[in-house]
Design a protein around this ligand. Structure first.
Ligand code: XMP
Length: 318
């Protein structure tokens, strides 16, 4: 029978054997999979694992600093790279969801490649790929690496993509990854974190993305997520977040009519993201969130709650 303890023991010795004294580069995202992969590799090869954590400026409020700090506390050899401005530049004027994803993907590749080049003589690229990713990349249009390749068919592959790939979690399901993470004593704050899309808040800002919109959405999102935690609802929800809609609505403040942004809150229950039900959050909670958001976040005068399930609605709005 499969146990996290046996998996860790076996995988660490296999990684030692396979990698030897060579250097490995790994991109951390703050999510469960890349974090568990990093700790596992760190256990096997120590500081020969070079982690890179890129701030694309589209993360949750304060997430970059707080997660980077946690990684350092865990003893990982990690470099934080703040490339926010570069991603915002790449997104300027882009409204189409797939174009946004491409712009973000390309910017990430460039930033990561430049950082990987700073590591002398690196031989391996480690990834937190898990079993469902493997299946998906077979069934969906060649998967992420095919997408990356198609973006770079002019100048050839970025160099880091030519490294030998190490994927220690690729036979595991999500719940097994969490159990391995617990075995490795990774904090619940990281292991219990909701899934968050790679393109981040960019696909929760419908239409074009600006720094100001990101700041507004970060504030709204932080109130909602912290609220879920305070009300002990966070762990009952599979994924939650806020969406900034590209419309303004009329409001009233004192004697004045206002014309400000609308945000939608979304919280879903799911096991794998393939299907999802909207969560029946308590009215008291929604009332509190709505009041707090409208009172505290300048530029927002209306909050709605998304009561659509997947299918046919998707979890993200873009
Ligand atoms: P949808 O919106 O397709 O989302 O129901 C299912 C799950 O996938 C996440 N998602 C993404 N993750 N890059 C990612 O890394 C993306 O472009 C992307 N789009 C959606 C979404 O957050 C949900 O967990």
């Amino acid at each position: 029978t499969w146990t996290p303890e046996a998996f860790v023991g076996m995988t660490v010795s296999e990684l030692k054997e396979h990698i030897g004294e060579d250097k490995v580069v790994l991109g951390l995202s703050g999510g469960v999979d890349s974090s568990v992969a990093a700790v596992l590799l760190h256990k096997a090869i120590g500081s020969n694992l070079y982690c890179i954590f890129v701030n694309n400026g589209l993360l949750r409020k304060d997430e970059f600093e707080s997660v980077l700090h946690q990684y350092k506390d865990m003893g990982l050899n990690v470099k934080g790279v703040d490339a926010s401005a570069r991603f915002l530049d790449a997104l300027a004027g882009v409204s189409d969801p797939e174009e946004k994803r491409k712009a973000i993907g390309n910017a990430f590749i460039e930033v990561f490649d430049a950082e990987a080049h700073r590591i002398e003589d690196v031989k391996f690229l480690a990834q937190g790929t898990i079993y469902p990713d493997v299946i998906e990349s077979i069934s969906v249009s060649g998967g992420p690496s095919a997408t990356i390749k198609s973006h770079h068919n002019v100048g050839g592959l970025p160099d880091f993509m030519k490294l030998k790939v190490v994927e220690p979690l690729k036979m595991l399901f999500k719940d097994e990854v969490r159990r391995v993470g617990a075995e490795l004593e990774i904090s619940n704050e990281i292991l219990g974190r909701h899934p968050f899309p790679g393109p981040g808040l960019a696909i929760r800002i419908l239409g074009d993305v600006t720094g100001e919109k990101v700041r507004i959405l970060q504030e709204v999102d932080a109130i909602f997520i912290n609220g879920l935690k305070e009300w002990m609802l966070y762990d009952k929800v599979w994924q939650a977040g806020a969406i900034l809609l590209p419309v303004s609505s009329v409001g009233v403040m004192g004697d004045e009519r206002t014309y400000e942004k609308v945000v939608a809150l979304r919280a879903v229950e799911s096991t794998d993201g393939m299907t999802a039900d909207w969560v029946n959050l308590p009215y008291d909670f929604l009332q509190k969130m709505s009041n707090t958001i409208i009172n505290r976040v300048k530029g927002v005068n209306r909050v709605v709650y998304d009561i659509s399930s997947k299918p046919p609605a998707t979890i993200e709005w873009e």
